[in-house]
Design a protein around this ligand. Structure first.
Ligand code: SF4
Length: 220
């Protein structure tokens, strides 16, 4: 990490540094607005590795279509879909109603964790940004750890991301423009109301704000 970096540092510079420092890095994505912009920037910076998506079995059709449109647009990237979380579950279906933490742990975190433990990348490119939620307000470009997380979009606002996506005609998930500013599984996502933070529509009313991939004791 360059100590001269500031909030204004171009994400391309951050990604360029990441590619040089961690050539084995992997880009997990859920194909939200942030993820779509990050894929485009990573491609422009020279990334030609994997874009890894966890299919929980509960994604909106629009999300799967967005994945397919991105795969068509960037044929040099390797789009990988993990479906390990779709194995029969001893506790039955619709766990998202009774225990969403356990559902996310089984359907999201476990498949990606198993994949990363097999591939052993030293770093991940991550699309989170500060203005998505108060839980992300202190995000920096680099989060150290056993597996370093690099967040090139940490300081980009939603308006800036939208402007970039429009200027480059990126295939943004159409649900985004219908108010789904953060898109997860359909049972746990609603459109955001005016004035709400971007992630207010995720697990609304259930006291849960993160799936556990990036925050919490099971975080990757
Ligand atoms: S977001 Fe909802 S449906 Fe998806 S894995 Fe988590 S609890 Fe289950």
């Amino acid at each position: 990490m360059n100590p001269a970096w500031t909030e204004e540092t171009d994400p391309l510079e951050v990604i360029g540094w990441a590619l040089e420092t961690y050539p084995d890095l992997i880009l997990p994505s859920a194909f939200n607005l942030n993820g779509t912009v990050l894929i485009d920037l990573a491609y422009k910076a020279g990334y030609r590795g994997e874009v890894v998506f966890v299919d929980t079995g509960y994604h909106f059709p629009e999300t799967l279509q967005t994945r397919d449109r991105l795969a068509e647009r960037y044929p040099d990237l390797q789009f990988v879909t993990l479906t390990a979380g779709l194995e029969p579950e001893p506790w039955g279906q619709e766990r998202y109603r009774t225990d969403p933490d356990a559902c996310c742990a089984a359907r999201k975190v476990a498949p990606l964790r198993a994949y990363l433990e097999r591939k052993k990348p030293r770093a991940l490119l991550n699309a989170r940004s500060r203005d998505q939620a108060s839980t992300r307000a202190h995000l920096g470009f680099v989060e150290p750890g056993e597996r370093v997380r690099i967040n090139p979009l940490a300081y980009w606002t939603r308006e800036r991301l939208e402007a970039y996506a429009k200027a480059h005609e990126l295939p943004v998930n159409p649900l985004y423009w219908a108010g789904f500013l953060s898109i997860g599984c359909w049972p746990c996502t609603r459109a955001v109301r005016p004035g709400e933070p971007a992630r207010a529509g995720r697990w609304a009313g259930r006291g849960k704000t993160e799936c556990g991939l990036w925050v919490g004791k099971e975080a990757l």
